[in-house]
Design a protein around this ligand. Structure first.
Ligand code: FES
Length: 139
């Protein structure tokens, strides 16, 4: 799988991780080019169906990243996200997707370095797992 470049979808909170991604870009920090950011107002609005659809549509890894606990602008959205991700990791194998392909992180607005590093780690892990081949299911 030497030539395999994983396709990564990242659902990022507008208030923190999106800004960190922007900072990584303006700081010229490198992270995998096959990353597509989807800006959301809060990780609490990331419906589990979005994650499953991302895998069904070809993502090799999915990141959900938001504000640190206690910093969510909508009070407890990130805690809702944490519960949903925990459940998703249990059901993803039913769709033929390894749970390691899904990651939840808290990355603050000033953590551009951490964002770039997280994306590189996620890409490395997806490279080790190889291309994702989810089962054909209607979502
Ligand atoms: S506002 Fe950032 S996770 Fe809720």
């Amino acid at each position: 799988m030497r030539d395999f470049e994983p396709f990564i979808i990242a659902f990022v909170c507008n208030w923190c991780t999106y800004t960190a991604a922007d900072l990584a870009g303006t700081s010229r920090l490198s992270y995998p080019p096959n990353t597509r950011l989807i800006r959301v107002m809060c990780t609490g609005m990331v419906d589990p169906q979005y994650v499953i659809k991302a895998f069904m549509d070809g993502a090799d890894a999915v990141l959900v990243s938001g504000c640190h606990p206690g910093d969510c602008h909508y009070i407890n959205g990130n805690f809702k996200a944490r519960r949903r991700i925990r459940l998703l990791k249990e059901i993803l194998p039913r769709f033929g997707v390894a749970p390691e392909r899904l990651r939840l992180t808290w990355i603050g607005a000033s953590d551009g370095i951490q964002f770039a590093q997280t994306m590189r780690e996620l890409a490395d892990q997806a490279r080790e797992l190889g291309p994702s081949r989810p089962l054909e299911m209607a979502v």
